[in-house]
Design a protein around this ligand. Sequence first.
Ligand SMILES: Cc1cc2nc3c(=O)[nH]c(=O)nc-3n(C[C@H](O)[C@H](O)[C@H](O)COP(=O)(O)OP(=O)(O)OC[C@H]3O[C@@H](n4cnc5c(N)ncnc54)[C@H](O)[C@@H]3O)c2cc1C
Length: 321
Amino acid sequence: MAVIVYAESDNGLYKKSSFEAVTYGKDLANKLGTTCLAVSIGSKGAENLGTFGADKHMHVENDVLATFNPQAYSKVLSEVFEGHNGSVLVLSQTYNGKSIAPLCAVKQNAALVTGIVDMADTNGGFTVKKTTFSSKAIAHVSIKQDKKVLTVIPNSYKIARDGDDVSVEEATTSVIDGDVNSVVISINKETGKVPLTEAELVISAGRGLKGPENWNLVEDLAAALGAATACSKPVSDMEWRPHSEHVGQTGITIVPNLYIAAGISGAIQHLAGVSSSKVICVINTDPEAPFFKAADYGIVGDVFEVLPKLLKRVKEVRGQS
Ligand SMILES: Cc1cc2nc3c(=O)[nH]c(=O)nc-3n(C[C@H](O)[C@H](O)[C@H](O)COP(=O)(O)OP(=O)(O)OC[C@H]3O[C@@H](n4cnc5c(N)ncnc54)[C@H](O)[C@@H]3O)c2cc1C
């Protein structure tokens, strides 16, 4: 019996959410009285996963695994799960995690629960806490099956760095070319930006910004804070901003420590993607805007006045010119 954790990396860099998943796996393994085995596939980062709680780190690599492929990666994880008598497979709920978790669950005939936001309660059973109804509610789900696949929402579980280094065991796999039915030909990446799903600080804006020519207000504040930028759906529909920044029910779900929403009304479809943020600050001229009900801090004011003042203050506090 072991808790297996998929430690996702990209171009030789672990995602922050991988460390969260490993810490989650370690804490769960401690509760279950078993060990935590971290698995990296294709590439691996420089950090030692033992630091985050892994008792063992296995790395699997071959030509087929050089780029992410759901069929191949789920096959590797299933092989490791079977080979190490896995009881729980933990993945971060990233795009990649979401695409392989169901495949792993089917291969293992395991229960699958997604959207987990807290440690499982293992007293007399196995109950997990997860978001539901587009993050508007929390559900407690009791899992009856012995084998489980869990996806943990990024930024919802605190990383611990109190473990000891472990050595990396290189492992082989039976995955071959014939196992995959699609191949990535090229990837165009945005560089130099904080990825939205991993950002701890997010500055987001909506139609209240009036047009794309005003986004320097958002970008300047984001740069000063080291934050990622996001937007409401109409903003990306009108092509003021790229679709990759659209958050909400039909966009990306994010769980930053701080979400600043400027000129966004707070429709339920928008809240569905951001309401789990730890702290929400809303700037809106309309004191009746629905977003204020979900806000921890509210500023009734004009974004064209408030954002420059915030930027000035952030720069003063941070000693930026
Ligand atoms: C099936 C479906 C799915 C959807 N999915 C999503 C989704 O994933 N994400 C999403 O965002 N939306 C989604 N929507 C759309 C959603 O219902 C809202 O229409 C949208 O979120 C509104 O965007 P907004 O707040 O930018 O614009 P508006 O609703 O136009 O609000 C603009 C706000 O800016 C304020 N404002 C105006 N001027 C200023 C100023 N100078 N300073 C400060 N405040 C100002 C206004 O008071 C207003 O509250 C979806 C809708 C449907 C039907």
